[in-house]
Ligand binder design. Structure first.
Ligand code: MCN
Ligand code: SMO
Length: 790
């Protein structure tokens, strides 16, 4: 430590630097991109889940004033190919069925909301009016809307050429599963189901494309989580050189996984701009968003757990069905149920584990990524099974978890699935969360409440969050993408620095946290570092702000680029001052003598000297680094919630919510807290309120926000957060990802809490969301079973 040591910037709880402009209304989203002469797109979307398109006639629409044109699949033939996921098969899996996703439905429609025709007009109002004037004739076909029905022989086929409705079936078994079940003191089994959810960012999808005929260059603004990937896909689909495609993701109002896809609408908007030589814009409205963007997390898990008399877990077995809808997400394969399986062993020593995961096609909107992907239901299943086993064995559920948890000295721990959990604080998080919520005193409070006719309960969910997959892991799941990230750190002549990132933020706070990483490493003040992101023309290549990977992958790239630049600055300062580099350090934008903090040269002067060739360094004043993370990085957490259930109305209210979590070294605890609070809000939505309901004909019954219910601020308590920091031994900086964690715990914790509250009735929650209707049914069923039994 030097005499001039200052407070650390990286790891400090500083406020987000990007917030003032958002709060002042200065943020610019896709819809704010000012372009002269921009045309608007509106889509005719299918109102049938499955139908043959007999005819579409756009002539009346086309002749309306202000309408540029109407396009159907026929007009695209030979010029715009359907999207088609080409990828390796998932590890251990059968082949993944590839289907074509037509940009506009061709011949057949496969879900309600599928785009059938596109109208381009002077503005959106005219375009919508013209959509109304398109004449079409569809022959409805029998649809298959239920994932289990879709597996039955003779079910209608979503993709005729397949012969069945299975995208993929993966089976794995490790350890002596059958033996463990035979020898177990107790076996518990349950069928769990999640409703269809959706990410529901405040800003819907949207894009604007502008093509210059003179230069042959396409500029494409999109509300995306992956500008560089989108650029590659646009270039491929539109047959333009990548160097002539520029993707700009301006401010993005939330993505949550949904915007980590390339959409048919985006490809079409690019194609239209090329055709028309005029800028073209499409901003999704909320109805399109609910029906036709991407849904998520629709699974059924049949889980079984075998335990010894003392509660030791002997084996877990699971059969997982996932309703993928009509098409596979693009450009990834749909690996949601495999992620669910991976989450089921959690922070526990599980010696034997077998699962089968089936991805099923139905006549519904496609399934995509949403915060936590398959993890919340995997955690729900295991955490419910542990509570059921504990109850059967007469053990305390917390004790039962504790005895099975991987302990600190067992890391790196190789799980039964072969992944290595590098480090963690599972028991510490469990104990800290229980202590904070007052677990020890809760039973007497609960007894008192019951006497007063109130049903309160407590529920625990502990989990391991899989973050920041490395290149090999991504590719083993199918897609040809990298796990690395890159960053450029540039020193400006005034001693300020600019950090250019390959990824862009949708609200995760990257402009703050990565500025902290660079400022700390370079010895600059936070205010002297600016982060630039979301423009493929000026940022180094990156992949996606998903998989909770940026802290690890992008953080590593920023640390290493800034570290190299700092070393060059110190070397230059050493040449100017004739002091050895080891005797120098940079603090607050000034190169100082490490020994006594005496000023040697301000970075501002040093940068100028280097630029003018007077410091023996004639390289560009910037460094670009690419950082490949370890195969997987694991965070861990315990969520504990108390709820009150109104057995007359079926309402569940979260009373207190405690999260004890460990994401390794934190870049900024305030940002981490915000991520947790937001994630828990979404998890509470999944557990209690949100569900996209289809009828048996594949009609969406919850097509507006009057029926699809995200939680409001009054439904979400302030989350009480406790941090542990067990650095990753493998990542640069010791960071582990955590962006999805908040959303992973709530379904399991809340289901356990509701079960606990309703223990006097013996109710067993198995389906989320736990709507008032479902809760009342649980109570009624338990009551009638009891009466029947007595
Ligand atoms: N962080 C930190 N210290 C750590 C880990 C993370 O300070 N040890 C900070 C990071 O610097 C970053 C944030 O926390 O600012 C989240 O980091 P990370 O876990 O790496 O996640 P990503 O940045 O890769 O973001 C993606 C992740 C995912 S996958 C979804 S889904 C999600 C989420 O982030 N979507 C979000 N959080 C979101 N938050 C907002 N506001 N909007 C979204 O769309
Ligand atoms: S669902 Mo997050 O974008 O991995």
């Amino acid at each position: 430590m030097s005499a001039g040591a200052t407070a650390k910037i990286l790891g400090a709880r500083v406020r987000r630097v990007e917030d003032p402009r958002v709060l002042l209304g200065e943020a610019r989203y896709v819809d704010d991109v000012p372009l002269r002469g921009v045309l608007s797109v509106a889509f005719l979307r299918s109102s049938y889940a499955r139908a043959r398109i007999a005819s579409i006639d756009g002539s009346a629409a086309r002749s309306m004033p202000g309408v540029t044109g109407v396009w159907t699949a026929e007009d695209l033939a030979g010029s715009l190919a359907p999207l088609r996921v080409e990828h390796a098969q998932a590890a251990g899996g059968g082949p993944f069925r590839t289907c074509e996703w037509p940009v506009l439905a061709s011949g057949t429609v496969r879900f309600v909301g599928e785009a059938v025709a596109a109208v381009v007009a002077d503005d959106r109002y005219l375009a919508e009016d013209a959509v109304e004037r398109i004449d079409f004739d569809f022959d409805p076909l029998e649809a298959v809307a239920d994932m289990e029905a879709a597996l039955a022989p003779g079910a209608p086929l979503v993709h005729d050429e397949w012969g069945d409705n299975v995208f993929q079936r993966v089976a794995m078994s490790n350890g002596d599963v059958a033996g463990a079940f035979r020898g177990a003191a107790v076996v518990v089994a349950e069928r769990f189901a999640t409703g269809r959810h959706l990410a529901l960012p405040i800003e819907t999808r949207g894009c604007v494309a502008s093509f210059e005929r003179g230069s042959g260059e396409l500029t494409f603004w999109s509300s995306t989580q992956m500008p560089h990937v989108l650029r590659s896909e646009l270039s491929r689909a539109l047959a333009l050189p990548e160097s002539r495609v520029r993707v700009i993701a301006p401010d993005v109002g939330g993505g949550f996984g949904l915007k980590a896809h390339v959409f048919p609408e985006e490809i079409l908007v690019g194609w239209l701009a090329l055709r028309l030589g005029r800028p073209v814009k499409w901003i999704e409205d909320r109805r399109e968003h609910l029906a036709a963007s991407m849904h998520a997390k629709h699974e059924i898990v049949r889980g079984e757990l075998a335990a010894a008399r003392d509660g030791t877990i002997l084996a877990i077995r699971a059969s997982i069905l996932c309703d993928v809808g009509a098409y596979t997400e693009y450009p990834w394969p749909t690996f949601e149920p495999n992620v669910t399986a991976g989450a089921m062993t959690g922070p526990y020593r599980v010696p034997a584990f077998a699962y089968e995961a089936t991805s099923i096609a139905t006549n519904k909107a496609s399934l995509g990524a949403y915060r936590g992907v398959g993890q919340p239901i995997g955690v729900l299943a295991t955490e419910r099974l542990i509570d059921l086993a504990a109850a059967k064995l007469g053990l305390d559920p917390a004790d039962c978890r504790r005895r099975n948890m991987i302990r600190g000295d067992e890391h790196p721990y190789r799980t039964v699935l072969g992944t290595e959990i590098e480090s963690g604080s599972h028991v510490e998080c469990l104990d800290a969360a229980l202590e904070r919520i007052g677990y020890a005193g809760f039973r007497s409070e609960q007894a008192k409440a019951r006497e007063a006719g109130r049903y309160v309960g407590i529920g625990i969910a502990s989990y391991v969050e899989v973050t920041a997959p490395g290149s090999a892991v991504w590719q083993s799941m199918g897609p040809a993408v990298g796990g690395w990230e890159s960053a450029t750190v540039r020193l400006e002549l005034d001693g300020n620095a600019t950090v250019l990132l390959g990824v862009n933020s949708q609200g995760q706070g990257h402009a703050t946290t990565f500025a902290q990483a660079a400022a700390e490493t370079l010895g600059l003040r936070l205010a002297d570092v600016r982060v630039v992101q979301g423009d493929t023309a000026i940022t180094p290549r990156g992949w996606v702000a998903g998989g909770s990977r940026c802290a690890v992958a992008c953080g590593g790239a920023v640390l290493s680029a800034s570290g190299r630049l700092r070393d060059r600055l110190l070397a230059a300062a050493s040449r100017l001052s004739e002091l050895p580099t080891g005797a120098l350090e940079i603090q607050g934008g000034i190169v100082r003598r490490a020994a006594d903090g005496g000023e040697v040269v301000p970075v501002r002067e040093l940068a100028r000297a280097m630029a003018l060739g007077r410091a023996g360094d004639d390289g560009p004043l910037e460094e670009t680094a690419r950082y490949e993370p370890p195969p997987l990085t694991h965070s861990n957490a315990t969520h504990v919630v108390t709820v009150e259930v109104d057995v007359e109305t079926g309402q569940v209210k979260c009373l207190r919510y405690v999260v004890a979590e460990d994401c390794g070294t934190m870049m900024n605890p305030l940002v981490v807290d915000g991520q947790i609070q937001g994630g828990v809000a979404q998890g509470i939505g999944a557990a209690l309120y949100e569900e996209l309901v289809y009828d048996e004909n594949g009609q969406l019954l919850t097509g507006t926000l009057m029926d699809y219910l995200p939680p409001t601020s009054s439904d979400v308590p302030r989350v009480e957060i406790i941090h542990f920091e067990t650095p990753s031994p493998y990542t640069l900086g010791g960071f582990k990802g955590m962006g999805e964690g908040g959303a992973i715990g709530p379904p399991g914790a809340i289901a356990n809490a509701v079960a606990d509250a309703l223990a006097p009735f013996g109710a067993r929650p198995t389906e989320i969301p736990l709507t008032p209707e479902r809760v009342l049914a649980l109570v009624d069923r338990a009551r009638s079973m009891r009466e029947g039994g007595e």
